[in-house]
Design a protein around this ligand. Structure first.
Ligand code: MN
Length: 197
C-alpha cells in the first residue's frame, strides 16, 4: 500500500465549465491558469512536503507554518482555489445583502469599494493578489506580493483577485486594468456571501 497517496494535496474542482466566464475570461486562460499553473503548484507542493513534518498537514496549516518553496507553492494552491471558487458565469451582478451591508459600513458605497479594490490591483507592482478580508463588522482591502495571503495574519478572506500576468496575459496582454474590469463581471457574490463570518 502506498501511504503517500492518501495525504496528497489535490486540485480543487473547477465549479464551472472552462468557457463559463467568456467573454470576460477566456477558455484558453482557464485552461492554462487552472489546468497548468494550478496543477504545477499542486504537484510541487506534494513533492516538497513529502518526507517532511508537513507531509500529513491539511493545506491551510502548511500555508500558515511553512516557509520558502513549500510556502510559495502551498499558498499558491490555496490562493488559486479561493480565486477560482469565487468566480462564476457572468451576469451575477452586485453583492448580496449581508455583504453589501458590510461594504457600505466600511467604504460608504459599492462603487467606492470597487474603485479602491481596483486601484489596489492596478498599483500592485509585479505579481500578487488583492484580498477582501473581514474582521468582525469591518472589511479591509489588502494587496500582497507573490504568493502571500492573509492566513498567517489570522484574517478571514472573502474574495481574492489574482494579478499575476498569467491570469490575464492571454486575454488582455499588458492591460491589467482591462482584466480587472472583466474580473468584476465574473465575481460570484453568492460565494462571497457564503464566506461571511
Ligand atoms: Mn494565478
Amino acid at each position: 500500500m502506498k501511504k503517500e497517496k492518501n495525504n496528497q494535496i489535490t486540485m480543487c474542482p473547477l465549479p464551472y465549465a472552462e468557457d463559463a466566464l467568456e467573454p470576460h475570461i477566456s477558455k484558453k486562460t482557464i485552461r492554462y491558469h487552472y489546468g497548468k499553473h494550478l496543477a504545477t503548484y499542486v504537484e510541487n507542493t506534494n513533492k516538497l512536503k513529502a518526507g517532511t513534518e508537513f507531509e500529513d498537514m491539511p493545506l491551510e496549516d502548511i500555508v500558515k507554518k511553512a516557509t520558502g518553496g513549500l510556502f510559495n507553492n502551498a499558498a499558491q494552491v490555496y490562493n488559486h482555489c479561493f480565486y477560482f471558487e469565487g468566480l462564476n458565469a457572468p451576469g451575477k451582478g452586485k453583492p448580496m445583502p449581508k455583504t453589501l451591508e458590510l461594504i457600505e459600513a466600511t467604504f460608504g458605497d459599492f462603487e467606492t469599494f470597487k474603485e479602491k479594490f481596483t486601484q489596489a490591483g492596478t498599483t500592485l507592482f509585479g505579481s500578487g493578489w488583492v484580498w477582501l478580508m473581514q474582521k468582525g463588522k469591518k472589511l479591509e482591502i489588502i494587496a500582497l506580493p507573490n504568493a502571500e495571503n492573509p492566513l498567517k495574519e489570522k484574517k478571514h478572506p472573502l474574495l481574492t483577485m489574482d494579478v499575476w500576468e498569467h491570469a490575464y496575459y492571454l486575454d488582455t496582454q499588458n492591460a491589467r486594468a482591462k482584466y480587472i474590469e472583466n474580473f468584476w463581471k465574473v465575481v460570484d457574490w453568492k460565494v462571497v456571501e457564503g464566506r461571511l463570518k
